[in-house]
Design a protein around this ligand. Structure first.
Ligand code: NAI
Length: 343
């Protein structure tokens, strides 16, 4: 007998087993922080993803209700709920992909770094569980400040002897989603046709959209470049202010997290040409995009996680100035994360 909340139907269990053994793969995915503003819509969208056979929903509050609710959706994935620290290990055992949106969000006037004191400890504890129970899982870190929480996760895994730089990814997809939307608006295009690489990190000036590399190829006036760069860098703050104390981006973030998780799962399945932006360890591949130990750039996802990190490509003078600013802030955010675990 298991002590987690059993809300699955036997028919679903049978189907999950068939997928695991049969031709069409089904992946096991855990969401840590699943009852939160991001966690709930993320859980719903993952339940709709045909690549997912088992979905574990973990939180320190309210996961039974969210699990019961989501489990009634007539899609393939079996849903199981886990509540509180004592059920963390059961939630993690056997997982292929772990997504972490646990922690507190910003309120107006706060920077992402203001969340460090609370979220650093949460991410550390959750990653200790991952190192113990599913050391080979791909890990997607959403909890802010991503520029520090990803280095924290890496240090925890290093201490446990399980660190694989290819399997740890900070989720910067929302910056790309916003950039695609805002650029499409300016160009009068359908956002689905636009692809904007966003590199660096996930906070303020570390968010560096490469507008010179937008696909389809296009050009912008200086005014448009300044407007777009600022709007993309401050997109999160725009939502925090509009929500006026009720949190930060949750719905667009859940959409972005699922887009990114789906890319990771397609990579795991062996699909070719899966390329997205993510904040990864520079050790993931031999190529150092910058001298920093972590950096967000375009990566190719495959059976082992990050299979390739792409070079930044030619930058214009505006982007080169932005890169220097980004690197300075990134270096200190990374160091803050590393020394938190060293303590
Ligand atoms: P929320 O407060 O609505 O939800 C957070 C959830 O985490 C809650 O259900 C809470 O019970 C849970 N939680 C707290 N401690 C936990 C622990 N030790 N173990 C498991 N679960 C725990 O916050 P929201 O809006 O969902 O945001 C979550 C995080 O995502 C924040 O840190 C926020 O800054 C970040 N974020 C990241 C973005 C990105 O682009 N990477 C974009 C938007 C938000």
């Amino acid at each position: 007998p298991t002590n987690h909340l059993q809300v699955e139907g036997s028919c679903n269990i049978w189907r999950a087993d068939c997928r695991a053994k049969g031709g069409s793969p089904g992946f096991k995915v855990a969401i840590l922080g699943a009852a939160g503003g991001i966690g709930q819509p993320l859980a719903m969208l993952m339940k709709m993803n045909p690549l997912v056979s088992v979905l574990h929903l973990y939180d320190v509050v309210n996961s039974p209700g969210v699990t019961s609710d989501i489990s009634h959706m007539d899609t393939g994935a079996v849903v199981r709920g886990f509540l509180g620290q004592q059920q963390l290990e059961d939630a993690l055992t056997g997982m292929d992909l772990v997504i972490i949106p646990a922690g507190v969000p910003r309120k107006p006037g706060m920077t992402r770094d203001d969340l460090f004191n609370i979220n650093a400890g949460i991410v550390k504890t959750l990653c200790e569980g991952i190192a113990k129970c599913c050391p080979n899982a791909i890990v997607n870190v959403i909890s802010n400040p991503v520029n520090s929480t990803v280095p924290i996760a890496a240090e925890v895994f290093k201490k446990a002897g399980t660190f694989d730089p290819k399997r740890l990814l900070g989720v910067t997809m929302l910056d790309v989603v916003r950039a695609n939307t805002f650029v499409a608006e300016v160009l009068g295009l359908d956002p689905r046709e636009v692809n904007v690489p966003v590199v660096g990190g996930h906070a303020g000036v570390t968010i560096l959209p490469l507008l010179s590399q937008v696909k389809p190829p296009c050009s912008f006036t200086q005014e448009e470049i300044e407007y777009l760069t600022s709007r993309i860098q401050n997109g999160g703050t725009e939502v925090v202010e509009a929500k006026a104390g009720a949190g930060s981006a949750t719905l667009s973030m859940a959409y972005a997290a699922v887009k990114f998780a789906d890319a990771c799962l397609r990579g795991l399945r062996g699909d070719a040409g899966v390329v997205e932006c993510a904040f990864v360890s520079s050790q993931a591949r031999l190529l150092y995009v910058t001298e920093l130990p972590f950096f967000a750039s375009k990566v190719r996802l495959g059976r082992n996680g990050v299979e390739e990190i792409y070079a930044l490509g030619p930058l214009n003078s505006h982007e080169r100035v932005g890169l220097e600013k980004a690197k300075k802030e990134l270096a200190s955010s990374i160091e803050k994360g590393v020394s938190f675990v060293g303590k």
